[in-house]
Design a binder for this molecule. Structure first.
Ligand SMILES: [Fe+2]
Ligand SMILES: [Fe+2]
Length: 231
């Protein structure tokens, strides 16, 4: 972080002052802020892992695939850091869901499901006050909206839903379908992709589905072979 002996950057530079010296210092400070933010996000992610063991790894996979889809869709590079953090922190609000609901192996009651449905809002509350993470907090808040307006918490539809949330939503669903749980085996990749396509335009953004399905079909066999999965 900022050391006391570092030069203070004046609000207005006098003529003849070496601007490059200050440009370098500004770049250093920007890097320090970025590093601090990255460390904070990793710590939050580890914190969530302590509550729910599957979530940390799931979020890391989401961030990797999310960035690939975003680049494929031409999302501006300036949005990538917000998107990565949004994917990593999308379920941070699950910390606010009691253990007996979060870890319940069977079907949730309607009342329990209502509590789970509050996790995007809980996550948004945690992140929104952190400087520079306002956009990330919105990606988290809206990651369970549906493209046709039937999702939660705000029932946004189409382009009203932030692009980061639309991307996270698709990969989140895919990862949940193919991952094994103590009480069920993960679904084969082909079947999971078929279900995503089926929900294109209703639950999911068709452009995101098209991009993710094509990337997954090309790259998933080699990814699965590398981890030794039979899915
Ligand atoms: Fe979620
Ligand atoms: Fe998730």
């Amino acid at each position: 972080m900022l050391a006391l002996h570092e030069p203070t950057i004046p609000m207005v530079l006098k003529p003849g002052v070496d601007v490059r010296r200050y440009e370098l210092r500004i770049r250093e400070l920007e890097t320090e802020i970025l590093n601090f933010r990255t460390a904070l996000v990793c710590s939050f992610n580890q914190l969530l892992d302590l509550r729910d063991l599957n979530t940390g790894v799931h979020s890391t996979r989401l961030a990797e695939w999310g960035l690939r889809v975003a680049r494929d869709l031409g999302v501006p590079e300036t949005c990538m850091s917000d998107l990565e953090m949004g994917a990593l922190l999308h379920d941070i609000g699950k910390i606010g869901v009691p253990d007996h609901i979060l870890n319940k192996p069977g079907r949730l009651t309607p009342e329990e499901y209502e509590v789970v449905k509050r996790h995007p809002e809980f996550g948004w509350t945690v992140i929104r006050n952190l400087p520079g993470m306002e956009q990330t907090s919105l990606y988290v808040l809206h990651h369970h909206e549906n493209f046709d307006g039937t999702g939660y918490p705000a029932r946004l539809q189409g382009a009203e839903i932030p692009i980061g949330s639309r991307i996270v939503s698709v990969i989140d669903a895919f990862d949940a379908m193919v991952s094994s749980r103590p009480y069920r085996d993960g679904m084969p990749v082909d079947e999971a992709l078929r279900r995503l396509v089926e929900a294109s335009g209703t639950q999911f953004d068709p452009a995101v589905i098209e991009s993710f399905v094509s990337i997954a079909k090309t790259e998933m066999p080699s990814v699965l072979a590398a981890v030794g999965s039979s899915s």
